[in-house]
Design a protein around this ligand. Structure first.
Ligand code: PLP
Length: 374
């Protein structure tokens, strides 16, 4: 058996008629950028997400820095996040011109550790960007308390966690804005690049709408801006897919339970931790190898046995090869848990179209490796 890491084409085939219809509708409309399909999809996103505003932009990275820029965060300012995330979280801070401050992650969830935030706050700190890593919300209750106390903005990076919830909070309730990505490997993915920003703040909505379109709100009137728009064909694809997101998340959760049940007796591996009461949508099912020096051995064993396991992410951002040219751009505090996460993580195949048999085969291979390692 061959277990793939992604199921993009399976997903397309499952709802092909719905997607093809939407694409056809856009093609026939003759309006492909800032057209009626984008407007319609923005309305659907507002309704689904429960936010006053939803703005389609070019990609998830842009969504983050456009939000920072709309809030006036830039050169001279500091923004707190954690280093065991996808590179783009930090990149967006750099694009906005601010300095990134890395604090450690929670050793269980791998999301930012709220207890580490306060000691990193200086008089230059303007914002916190918690990442809802692997499909689980960061502890927004604790984070928003700190933000309120120190008058900081909070932008949630939910690129990996559309449809996730906390125990007593929804995304967007305890922050200034929520940035998401629609690239295909995300839980809601289009057929190219795409992203969106959700907010209840009319000033962010108005500013980002202008910034994404060359600083223009009215024809022939411009202030300086950028070109970062979600095009109408992608909006059409996403409009078709949005109707399925809850059922797809439920399926991911079901498959995650299957993994967790099948792997419950392993000796050399720690299974994903779900915060009590949270809806973790398992963008990724990430296990940790207890002895991190054996991580690559598990990865190789799985790959050699046709299970396409990967790592998310095996190099923390401040250890990336390109990092020296960011000199002065980042402040790195003690980040032991984040570094250990990078050294020990293995992501098992996880997507809604994965079959039970494929999950069982992957489980069996992990168990074989576990047994061979005592
Ligand atoms: C994918 C991702 C992004 C960036 O999204 P793009 O659409 O690729 O720009 C940002 N943050 C996180 C955590 C991501 O996983």
């Amino acid at each position: 058996m061959q277990v793939p890491f992604y199921g993009h084409v399976r997903q397309y085939h499952n709802i092909k008629a719905e997607i093809d219809d939407k694409i056809q509708e856009v093609l026939e409309s003759g309006q492909y950028v800032l057209g009626p399909m984008l407007k319609k999809f923005e309305g659907e996103m507002r309704e689904y997400f429960g936010s006053k505003y939803a703005i389609g932009v070019g990609n998830g990275t842009d969504a983050i820095w456009l939000a920072l820029m709309a809030l006036g965060v830039g050169p001279g300012d500091e923004v707190i996040t954690h280093p065991n995330t996808f590179f783009a979280t930090a990149e967006a801070i750099w694009i906005a011109g601010a300095k990134v401050v890395f604090v450690d992650c929670d050793p269980r969830t791998k999301c930012i550790d709220p207890l580490k935030i306060e000691s990193a706050i200086t008089d230059k700190t303007k914002a916190i960007i918690p990442v809802h890593l692997y499909g689980q919300c960061a502890d927004m209750t604790a984070i928003s308390k700190i933000a309120k106390k120190h008058k900081l903005f909070v932008i949630e990076d939910n690129a990996q966690a559309i449809d996730a919830r906390g125990d007593n909070f929804k995304q967007g309730e305890l922050s200034d804005a929520v940035a998401t990505s629609f690239i295909i490997q995300k839980n809601l993915g289009c057929f190219g690049d795409g992203g969106a920003l959700f907010t209840n703040n009319p000033q962010i909505d108005e500013t980002v709408r202008k910034l994404r379109n060359h600083g223009s709100a009215r024809r022939d009137n411009h202030s300086f801006g950028f070109n970062s728009r979600l095009d109408d064909i992608q909006a059409g694809v996403l409009s078709a897919k949005l109707k399925h997101i809850v059922e797809w998340s439920d399926q991911r959760i079901k498959l995650a339970k299957r993994y967790t049940e099948g792997l419950k007796d392993v000796k050399n591996i720690i299974l994903p931790f779900v915060m009590p009461g949270y809806r973790h949508v398992f963008h990724l099912y990430v296990v940790e190898v207890k002895d991190s020096s054996k991580r690559n051995s598990l990865l190789k064993f799985l790959n050699d046995n046709n299970v396409d396991a990967k790592t998310h992410y095996s190099i923390v951002i401040h250890k990336q090869e390109g990092f020296p040219w960011y000199k002065g751009f980042a402040i790195v505090g003690p980040v032991k848990n984040a570094e250990l996460n990078a050294e020990s993580c293995v992501s098992l195949p996880m997507f809604p179209e994965l079959t039970d048999a494929e999950v069982d085969y992957s489980i069996q291979k992990v168990l074989e490796w576990d047994k061979a390692n005592g």
